[in-house]
Design a protein around this ligand. Structure first.
Ligand code: FAD
Ligand code: NDP
Length: 432
């Protein structure tokens, strides 16, 4: 049993949706030549909605409202759209092995799908507590959040304990966004994480202090510098308390876990060159892997960032997934006119009424600016490396201000006087 396609996109997430849009725009395929294979039962959607609009107590986002590519204010790619474009959606189908030399993929249903060109867009999986030796972490009221099934479970568990206690494990993106969503749903939240402050991979202690104070004002309790060791459960196997390494017991009606991800590379280990440092599939500026018929995009791809002197990075953010997805298709369909990708890393988050954006790299000396104390805060930071702006963060900015900081980073604005930079703050970017 088997099918043959010219182009196969493996994975049906954000990068896949934007790759499909680019194929449709360029029209470089015939009906039936292109397919998306996805383990998920639904067409590609904007994953960021799962920890934001999807969890709202009222007027929550639901499909088809947030299929790709609405997140970039582009078309809404519903199943009907794929049909009209002649793109086959092979949904609810897991690929269990890949043979790069033979150009075939084997699905869990025993079908062999062959391709001429493959785009790997398998994204990443959430790390599980059992991988850290925690027993009993498959209880019915412990939630992870990577896909729509996880989000449905989270919503149903949340609705089962109105006014109850949630323990959120992890102080990264999932932890912060889910804690805010739980509070909005009137659930009491305690956040537990090993670092000294939240968002340790990006925030400075000063920036983190602002968000922690804000969350505290919304009723969130922080338990920092420790990890959980086990759970207390009732006779039905539901978690009733979380036990920490320092001996504390935290009552819990539900637990949300966000302790990082691993890129889904396993199908291609030993077949394609990997980036051992970044844990992804190594690609060049055309998003092409060590096999010229295979491309990799999104969370799974480790690609060169021109602005960082071609340093290889694997980014875990939606803008990068959208852009690499589209760029790979441009490279495939029009290689002579497609330059190497020149990507400016961009991360953002929205919680409560707050909203921040970050561009570039958080390396070097940090200068903070703006008002960290007002009820409508507008503050930020520059990272200065080798006398130039390497990264910029802004909370509460306008569209123009965000654009201005992104341009300052893109131009690697020269900084001669750190004191002056601190005084100028946002004005430096706006004057640029
Ligand atoms: P994914 O979107 O994860 O898609 C991977 C796809 O591959 C999935 O459909 C999966 O089922 C499929 N797949 C994997 N293996 C197989 C297989 N063997 N066979 C078949 N199919 C397979 N980023 C931001 O910048 N801002 C945000 O606000 C933000 N919010 C987020 C909120 C949540 C809850 C999550 C989980 C992530 C968020 N992100 C955010 C990160 C962003 O969503 C990811 O960077 C982006 O989804 C990566 O796109 P991708 O296509 O590479 O992978
Ligand atoms: P993150 O890497 O952002 O954060 C993981 C957090 O868990 C860190 O605080 C980490 O601490 C902590 N941690 C690690 N191991 C343990 C442990 N054993 N016990 C307790 N805490 C632990 O990952 P998330 O899970 O929050 O997010 C998953 C993915 O989703 C990321 O790729 C993220 O980019 C994406 N996402 C992005 C969003 C956005 O961009 N707005 C929103 C939501 C998700 P330490 O640093 O010390 O390891």
């Amino acid at each position: 049993m088997g099918r043959a396609f010219v182009y196969v996109i493996l994975g049906g997430g954000v990068a896949a949706g934007y790759a499909a849009l680019e194929f449709a725009r360029r029209g470089g395929y015939s009906r039936g030549e292109l397919c998306i294979i996805s383990e998920e039962a639904v067409a590609p959607y904007e994953r960021p909605a799962l920890s934001k609009g999807y969890l709202l107590p009222e007027g929550a986002a639901r499909l088809p409202g947030f299929h790709t590519c609405v997140g970039a204010n582009d078309e809404l790619l519903t199943p009907k759209w794929y049909k009209e474009q002649g793109i086959e959606l092979v949904l609810g189908t897991k690929v269990i092995s890949a043979d790069v030399r033979r150009k075939t993929l084997l699905t869990g249903t025993g079908e062999t799908i062959s391709y001429k060109t493959l785009i790997i867009a398998t994204g990443a999986r959430a790390l599980k507590l059992q991988e850290f030796g925690i027993q009993g972490s498959d209880a019915s009221n412990i939630c992870y959040l990577r896909n729509i099934d996880d989000a449905d479970k989270l919503v149903s568990v949340m609705k089962s304990c109105p006014g109850g206690n949630a323990v959120v494990i992890g102080g990264g993106y999932i932890g912060m966004e889910c804690a805010a969503a739980l509070v909005t749903n009137k659930i009491r939240v305690t956040m537990v994480f090993p670092e000294k402050h939240c968002m340790g991979r990006l925030f400075t202690p000063k920036i983190a202090e602002f968000y922690e104070n804000y969350y505290t004002s919304k009723g969130v309790t922080f338990v920092k510098g420790t990890v959980l060791t086990s759970f207390e459960k009732d006779t039905t196997g539901k978690v009733t308390a979380v036990i920490l390494k320092d001996g504390r017991h935290l009552p819990a009606d539900m637990v949300v876990v966000g302790i990082g991800i691993r890129a889904n590379t396993s199908l291609f280990e030993g077949q394609l060159m990997m980036s051992t440092e970044n844990g992804g599939i190594k690609v060049n500026g055309q998003l092409q892997t060590s096999d010229s018929s295979v491309y990799a995009v999104g969370d799974v791809a480790a690609f060169p960032i021109k602005l960082f002197d071609d340093d290889i990075r694997r980014l875990e953010h939606v803008d990068s997934a959208r852009r690499t997805g589209r760029h790979a298709v441009a490279s495939i369909l029009d290689p002579s006119k497609t330059r190497d990708i020149d990507y400016l890393p961009f991360f953002y988050s929205r919680v409560f009424t707050l909203s921040w954006q970050f561009y570039g790299d958080n390396v070097g000396e940090v200068v903070h600016f703006g008002d960290f104390t007002s009820s409508s805060p507008r503050f930020g930071a520059y990272w200065v490396n080798k006398g130039r702006i390497a990264g910029a963060f802004l909370e509460g900015g306008s569209r123009e201000e965000y654009e201005a900081i992104s341009i300052a980073v893109r131009r690697e604005a020269v900084v001669t006087d750190m004191g002056e930079l601190e005084k100028q703050g946002l004005a430096l970017a706006i004057q640029e």
